[in-house]
Design a protein around this ligand. Structure first.
Ligand code: AMP
Length: 368
């Protein structure tokens, strides 16, 4: 195994392959460039946000084996920027090139049932849940979990898509039709005090560091705002960080992991989901930390030592969703705000167009 003496290190000048061409890939490429790495994007879309700032792009389908083979030959290590990349694509690439994190973490995060089974198996509690594979089994699962509950597609849901809230007035047969899924998960609805998330980086030598947890607010199922640090007592912040490190260690992950947590009214952490990639709730780290989540990913997958996660400021990150992008003028007029736009030409409702991070004093009344 490569270790801290540099053996197995992927050195500056090498090429990092990124599966996916979205804003996360863009920000990985932007973090890789100052350290002398080149990025090669593989995605099915022309003119993606990531390819605009990367050295090379392959535009091909995720199941195009000839294109994947050529991509594997052209890069020194591969990572992915969203978890709906087909696991078969990552497994194919793993036979040709180092992929970090690997297909195991990806598979767990792609399937809400496997994800919750895994979390509970490693001692991280979640809400009560049950699987359903037909309208009839949905009825049984809802009876078992109790109402109100959420029914989510097991695969491919994100940003609140593929979810139905179920209460006594819901027609379950219609809800099943609406989901258009082969398999669903029924989750007990949590009446939470707060949603927060913790992002950890784990290096090739097993070193694991956590950024301060962020407090998250969603609008229409999409992340709207992240406040850092989360307004939790110091000991609770550390507990959240420990959960993140524990999950990354159990996955033996090399790279980044986000664990989304609910804080229940009785003060417990329940995990919602995990993402083995940079996370929207960690964008504040670009402007407020010694090392951003994106730089940590580059360091981890290239076998470099991880950087410090110290916070130089508290932060409030606000997503610019759809028409919110017009707020860029207000953002650039605020001397303490940092504007990030993703280069997406077409504005669509619900589309993440950019974000703004406002830097706040470290001792601004919150526990830090
Ligand atoms: P998800 O796609 O699972 O991240 O869910 C999107 C959002 O829906 C979460 O960030 C929560 O705000 C809400 N949510 C998801 N699952 C639950 C749950 N079991 N109880 C209450 N709210 C939930």
């Amino acid at each position: 195994m490569p270790n801290s003496n540099g053996h197995g290190m992927i050195e500056p000048g090498s090429t990092i392959g990124i599966l996916g061409g979205g804003q996360l890939g863009r920000m990985i490429a932007l973090a890789a460039a100052p350290m002398g790495y080149r990025c090669h994007i593989f995605c099915p879309e022309q003119d993606s946000p990531a390819s605009e700032v990367a050295a090379l792009t392959t535009v091909a389908a995720y199941d195009d084996q000839a294109a994947l083979e050529a991509f594997a030959k052209a890069v020194d290590v591969v990572t992915f920027e969203f978890e709906n990349i087909p696991a078969a694509t990552v497994e194919f690439l793993e036979r040709h090139v180092k992929v970090r994190p690997g297909s195991r973490a990806l598979r767990v995060s792609q399937n809400r049932l496997e994800e919750k089974n895994f979390l509970n198996d490693v001692g991280v509690p979640t809400t009560a849940y049950a699987g359903a594979a037909s309208a009839a089994s949905l009825e049984a699962a809802v009876r078992h979990i109790g109402m109100p509950c959420l029914v989510k597609t097991v695969t491919e849901g994100y940003d609140g898509k593929g979810q139905v809230r179920v209460d006594a007035t819901t027609n379950l047969a219609a809800a099943w039709e609406q989901l258009k899924a082969r398999e669903a998960i029924v989750e007990r609805m949590i009446d939470f005090d707060m949603e927060c998330s913790v992002i950890v980086a784990r290096g090739m030598d097993g070193t694991c560091v956590a950024f301060a947890p962020g407090e998250n607010y969603h609008l229409n199922g999409i992340l709207d705002t992240t406040l850092v640090p989360a307004r939790l007592p110091e000991a609770r912040q550390q507990q959240a960080e420990a959960i993140g490190r524990h999950v990354a260690e159990k996955l033996e992950l090399v790279g980044l992991l986000c664990v989304e947590l609910f804080v229940t009214k009785d003060g417990r952490f329940l995990a919602n989901e995990i993402a083995p990639r940079p996370h929207n709730s960690g964008h504040w780290t670009i402007d407020a930390c010694t090392t951003s989540q994106f730089e940590q990913l580059v360091r981890a997958i290239c076998g470099l030592p991880l950087g410090a996660v110290d916070r130089m400021a508290n932060a409030e990150m606000k997503n610019l969703i759809g028409e919110d992008v017009a707020q860029w003028r207000k953002a650039v007029a605020d001397p303490n705000a940092k504007l990030h736009l993703y280069g997406k030409r077409e504005v669509r409702p619900g589309r993440k167009m950019g974000h703004v991070t406002r830097l706040l004093p470290l001792n601004n009344g919150r526990s830090s």
